[in-house]
Design a protein around this ligand. Sequence first.
Ligand code: 13P
Length: 248
Amino acid sequence: MKKHLYANWKMYKTRSEAQCFLGELDCVVDKSIGIGAGFTLLSDISMHSKSLGIKIGAQTMSEHLEGAFTGEVSAKQLKDVGADFVILGHSERRYLIGETNEVISKKVESAIGQEMSFILCIGENIEQREGGYTKSVLKKQLTTALCGTIDKYPSSMIIAYEPVWAIGTNNSATPHIVNDINSYIREEVGELYNKEYAKQLPILYGGSVKLDNLESFLSQSHIDGALVGSASLIAKDFNKMIQMIERG
Ligand code: 13P
C-alpha cells in the first residue's frame, strides 16, 4: 500500500506563516499528503496547497450540518473553503475539550453524509497502557465511533493510532509496538466491515514522529504512514518527509 503523510498543525501558524511554509515545499505527485490546519487558514491556503498536490483539512468539525451552534463549523462550511478532509477524535479534543466516543461517532456519520474524507484518531493514555487495557480501549473507541456506519462503510476513511503518552513527548512508541497495534486495529476493522476493506484501509501512526524516525515506522507492514504534529511545523523537515514518502 502506498504510504501517507499528514501534518497536524494544531493551533499554530498565521496566514502569512502558512503561505511562507507552503512556499518552501516541492510539488508532490502522490495524492497521499495532507495538512490539517486551523480554521482561519483554510480559505487562504487551499488554492496554494492544491497547486502543490497537497490536500488541506480541518482538525475538527461539528456533528451538525447547520443551526444555532455558536462557535461551531460544519462539514458543509469546511467544504466551502476547500477542505478535503477533517481530523476527528484527536486525543487533545477528547481530553482537553471533552469529546466523547458518542460525539465522535456523530461526527463520523456527518462526515460520511457530507462525503468529507476523515482521519479518525484513536489511542490509549498512559494509565490505560500500564493497566493492560490498550486493546480494549482501542476497540471501544473504534466500535463506538463507527457504530453508525456499519452498513455504509466509509470509503474515504483513514485511521491514525496515536497513543496519548507519545504525543508531544519526544517519546514515540516503537515501530514494533505500533505495527502490532495497527495489525490489531486492522483485524477489528475486518470484524466490523470485512477483511478486504480492512486490508486496504490506511492505518497511520502519530506521536513524536520526526524526520529521523519516520523511516523506521514506514518500514513496518501495518504502518501506512504518519500523522505528524510538531515536526510538521518546520517546512524544511516536512518537505524531506514528503520526499521520503514519494520515494516509497
Ligand atoms: P507530535 O508529533 O507533536 O507528537 O503530535 C502528534 C499529533 O498529535 C498528531 O496528530
